[in-house]
Design a protein around this ligand. Structure first.
Ligand code: C2E
Ligand code: CA
Ligand code: CA
Ligand code: CA
Length: 279
């Protein structure tokens, strides 16, 4: 039994080492990815549930490596975060997303809000507000057309610092959304303390809404909570007409998901926006 335990332990250690090596390999490849043009953005449309108009896009980072092919953000973003690379990459994401939104605006396409995901490390940088202001100035995108998505984990840090950062961003007209709402561990008290604009219901609740009574209760509670605090609420991961109807009945404001549009490249999104202007 002892030998068996040792074997299990050795196999476990080998698996860990294997994983660490994989991560190191991926990190080495990720380091030059931005400079080699392997990173790009996809855009997923967001719709107003009442009018069914496109009101926004979420920018989602993609990495296509010449040999490995497409690597999921679920795999490379944690590596970028641990290594600190996310600061440089995240900066580029904001710039590229704002540049694209401004280009669509200049082309006379329907005005939308561009939502960009921010990692905790980016949010904690003292130069965040300044660099976002610089990007808005460079690209000419009005602040009110930019939305930053933060996870609950961002909001548990130094309260005063978080309050000030949010205030400075909002002075530029920027909107703030709490992403993956309902999955974090933080208390709800931060919703009063931090002047966020929108809650994004995590897709796990949306997915189970039709079959699981407790998920639909959570969705209903989040929408009520948001509205009672004067916040908007968006549901993500909406995949069916049934989920859409249920969300409409619960007076959810906006929806995003495969039922309405998958993440797509800039060209496809341009066509989607264009098709909306023709009556
Ligand atoms: P997220 O911010 O929660 O983004 C939503 C994810 O759900 C995206 O996965 C999107 O493609 C996927 N999705 C959208 N609609 C549906 C649907 O109807 N059904 C299902 N099953 N999935 C749907 P993606 O693009 O793989 O991104 C994964 C995560 O990577 C994101 O989760 C976000 O946390 C992170 N991420 C992506 N881009 C960035 C970025 O530029 N910066 C940072 N910091 N994180 C990013
Ligand atoms: Ca997001
Ligand atoms: Ca999310
Ligand atoms: Ca997520």
């Amino acid at each position: 039994a002892k030998a068996e335990g040792r074997n299990t332990h050795r196999r476990f250690t080998q698996a860990m080492e294997q994983k660490a090596l994989e991560r190191q390999g991926l990190l080495a490849k990720l380091r030059g990815a931005l400079g080699r043009g392997e990173l790009y953005l996809n855009y997923q449309p967001q719709f107003d549930l009442a009018t069914r108009q496109i009101v926004g896009a979420e920018a989602l980072l993609r990495w296509c490596h010449p040999e490995l092919g497409a690597i999921s953000p679920e795999r490379f973003i944690p590596i970028a975060e641990e290594s600190g690379l996310i600061v440089e990459i995240g900066q580029w994401v904001i710039l590229e997303a704002c540049r694209q939104a401004a280009a669509w605006q200049r082309a006379g396409l329907p005005g939308i809000t561009m939502a960009v995901n921010l990692s905790a490390i980016q949010f904690q940088r003292p130069d965040l507000c300044e660099s976002v202001a610089g990007i808005l100035a460079t690209t000419g995108l009005p602040g009110q057309n930019l939305e930053l998505e933060l996870t609950e984990s961002v909001l548990v840090g130094d309260v005063e610092r978080v309050v000030n950062t949010i205030k400075t961003l909002k002075q530029q007209g920027i909107h703030l959304t709490v992403d993956d709402f309902g999955t974090g561990y933080s208390s709800l008290a931060y919703l009063q303390r931090f002047a966020v604009d929108k809650l994004k219901i995590d897709q796990s609740f949306v997915r189970n809404m039709a079959t699981d009574e407790s998920s639909s209760s959570v969705v209903r509670a989040i929408i009520r909570l948001a509205h009672s605090l004067g916040l908007k609420v968006v549901a993500e991961g909406v995949e069916t007409a049934g989920q859409t109807e249920q969300l409409a009945r619960l007076t959810c404001d906006e929806v995003q998901g495969y039922h309405f549009g998958k993440p797509m490249d800039a060209e496809e999104f341009t066509a989607l926006l264009g098709s909306r202007t023709t009556p």
